[in-house]
Write a protein that binds this ligand. Structure first.
Ligand code: AMP
Ligand code: MG
Length: 401
């Protein structure tokens, strides 16, 4: 705990990740694996390439026969190898990816060859060394090579690698069910008419659903929950078979902050709450039946930052990722960053010419400034002022997801 009675974020993250239990392992077809994490290491089931191949279109020759001429005795095409061995003075037409005929040890590329009927002559410099333009058997991987560790994210590149390594299916953890509950009497669904200036569009639900969209997660977005204890309790109870319930709003201790009272009524247990971070202090982590509940603040920027720092790491861990916490890198400050109080600060910032620059509007509801940000500059609690040029730890904000 800090002097303010708040939990440091790093400790909150460790406690939260300790709750994560990845679901059952299933073997899924490659095409359905995108966004999952490997549940077991990926091991090569074959040698790649299985034989020496030509890397170019041209002619397979014997180095010792240079400078030719050669007699073209056949062809090795991709998928249709040349059946017999090359003898002295012989060459085979060969295309990229085709198997080197026996006896051949070098490729004469198309551009350096001149052919008249079956007679092949050197035109140009020819190959520079014995073995030129050959892709050696096993140069990419050998059978049993450990290609990727358990917990690696399955992306397009890993899918290609798995396919080449002989796998049509991969072991992954089952999909997760996540319920996203927005609470607040003032909230109106996006695009719906606002009855009064006291009402606002509910942006958090759409934002959270978007953050999860690239993962194997079935997200449900029940209707907005009004600020009445029975309504909140009923909405939570209806989602207790989810793996994770994420709520926004109502997580503080105001008269209308009903997540904790509703949870108590349902027999849920609060694990911890209130984190020493800004924005985002009133975060709560609890358990309700088999579900983990993470209560995020209602302010949209607070909800985004706490989702990045807590909800997404938790989901990565629940999906079996080997790296759950966000990556950070250091960039030089291109303006002074003020001294920090007792709460770790997440400063919405732009990156200009490789340096980090705090945006003017740091209000925890300012979504336009959040959208303009390229990174969150992460300032530790009690940090002194950071002068221009000093290194600042940053979490990049992707424009893709
Ligand atoms: P609360 O945490 O309920 O006290 O809400 C804090 C602030 O966030 C208030 O100004 C709410 O109107 C706002 N807020 C709560 N939920 C949402 C939401 N889903 N979308 C946008 N703003 C919200
Ligand atoms: Mg509220």
């Amino acid at each position: 705990m800090t002097g303010l009675g708040l939990l440091p974020l790093a400790e909150a993250q460790q406690r939260l990740l300790a709750l994560a239990r990845p679901g059952a392992v299933i073997d899924q077809p490659l095409a359905a694996c995108l966004g999952h994490y490997l549940a077991r290491p990926l091991v090569a089931a074959r040698r790649q390439p299985a034989a020496d191949l030509s890397a170019m279109d041209g002619y397979a020759i014997r180095w010792s026969d240079r400078p030719g001429p050669w007699t073209v005795v056949g062809e090795s095409a991709a998928g249709r190898p040349f059946g017999t061995a090359l003898r002295q003075g012989e060459a085979a037409r060969i295309s990229t990816g085709a198997i080197m005929p026996q006896g051949a040890d070098t490729i004469l590329v198309q551009e350096d060859a001149e052919r008249a009927g079956d007679t092949l002559r050197l035109a140009g410099d020819g190959p520079s060394r014995q073995g030129a333009h050959i892709r050696r058997a096993g140069h990419d991987f050998e059978p049993e090579t450990l290609l990727a560790p358990a917990g690696a994210p399955i992306d397009a590149r890993l899918i290609a690698l798995a396919a080449m390594a002989g796998h049509g299916r991969l072991p992954v953890h089952r999909r997760l069910r996540v319920a996203i509950l927005s609470t607040g009497d003032e909230l109106v669904p996006p695009g719906a008419p606002l009855p009064s200036p006291a009402h606002i569009p509910a942006s958090n639900g759409a934002m959270l659903a978007a953050l999860l969209a690239h993962w194997p997660i079935d997200a449900t977005l029940p209707p907005i929950v009004p600020d009445r204890l029975e309504a909140v309790a009923e909405a939570l109870a209806a989602q207790s078979d989810a793996d994770l319930i994420v709520t926004t709003g109502g997580a503080s201790v105001g008269d209308h902050d009903l997540i904790q009272p509703a949870l108590a009524q349902l027999g849920g247990s609060v694990d911890f709450w209130r984190i020493a971070m800004r924005p985002g202090k009133p975060v709560m982590v609890a358990r309700l039946g088999k579900a983990i509940l993470v209560g995020l603040p209602g302010n949209p920027v607070s909800a985004f930052v706490t989702a990045q720092m807590l909800v997404l790491p938790l989901l990565r861990a629940m999906l079996g990722a080997n790296e759950a916490l966000p990556r950070t890198s250091e960039l030089p400050a291109c303006a002074p960053f003020p001294a920090i109080g007792g709460r770790q600060d997440f400063v919405r910032s732009r990156i200009i010419d490789g340096a980090i620059h705090p945006l003017g509007n740091q209000d925890s509801g300012a979504l336009h400034a959040l959208w303009q940000a390229d990174a969150l500059a992460i300032r530790p609690a009690h940090a002194p002022e950071a002068a221009i040029g000093s290194p600042i730890s940053c979490m990049m904000l992707s424009r893709q997801a």
